[in-house]
Design a protein. Sequence first.
Length: 372
Amino acid sequence: MADDRPVPLDEYPVHQVPLSMKHVATGDRNAYDRCIFHVLDHEGRFLLILGLGVYPNTGVIDAYATLRTGETLHAVRASDALGDDRMNLSVGPLSITVEEPLKRLRLRCDPDGPDSLSYDLTWNADFPAVWEPHHIQRRGDRLTLEGRRYVQAGGVQGVIRAGGEDITLAPGEWTGTRDRSWGVRPIPGEEGGRGAEEHRTEGFHWIWAPVRFDDRFVMVIAQEDADGHRTLNEALLVRGGFRDVQLGWPHTDISYRSGTRHPERAVIHLTDPARKPLELGVEVLTSSPLALGAGYPPADDWQHGTWQGRGWTDRRAYDLSDPGAHPLAGYGVTDHAARFTLDGRIGYGIFEHGSFGRHDPSGFTGFDSVAP
């Protein structure tokens, strides 16, 4: 028999529908609420990615952390039954504590031996959080994704430990970005049915780039279909105390590594309100495919929202020295730590990119097409 008593969050006047905060307003099994953090040093030596999510209609809470250092990707993943205290953001060794909403968060991963990945970090916002465009996708008539998101950039302090090494995050030498999203997003376990059979994806092209400069934050998003039709678009300049500035319709020229779709450099063409062209330069420093360790599709060892049983924790390391060892990673989104330039300024952030199947503007003709 289900326990339908009030939960602690019901004490607060935050309800949007006449339901307990234990329940979401939709019965869709794919309902989710989660976050992702990126922590990167400015030399490209380390890229830490971590996140936590809850899936109310499948009763799952899970979290992950991956650290790229050299050619090794350290990964920690944890999953458990979702409890009633939605303000307790912890699963196994992984936890996130909101110390001051929208301003300061504590990120922790407890160790499991002297060589295991662990960290204790404080994330501090340098700029206000800003909304990303409302994101909707359909397959045929079925709504498959509807997400509400905000993004933010800041600084990070603390210590990361991995492989017996202590990595101290020195002020001014590291950047942190984060993204919060909730809504409906596919999780594994649902039959594709007619939609999957009759509405196969020909191609998908995605860029998501939060960039922190000393005095400003820039956010660029572009999602395109196989023929280049833009289905999601954002280019925004954020400065504390000023109104956000829209930077037009971004177009991107990407230099790919020969024989791959791995970006090495890029130029994002923007336009200020006076129609002055702006160029956001991108130099990739290091990369982490989200299909390895972080649970994003098409990961074949663990994906978000899947039931692993109570108290599940997994730690492992991936060898990234041989790209052919992980063939599925190329069909998922990859997060690239990058150095950016804009009007003489140097900034740091993430150039998240995924390009699969046909993309006419890039000259890719199918899923097996790569850069010359």
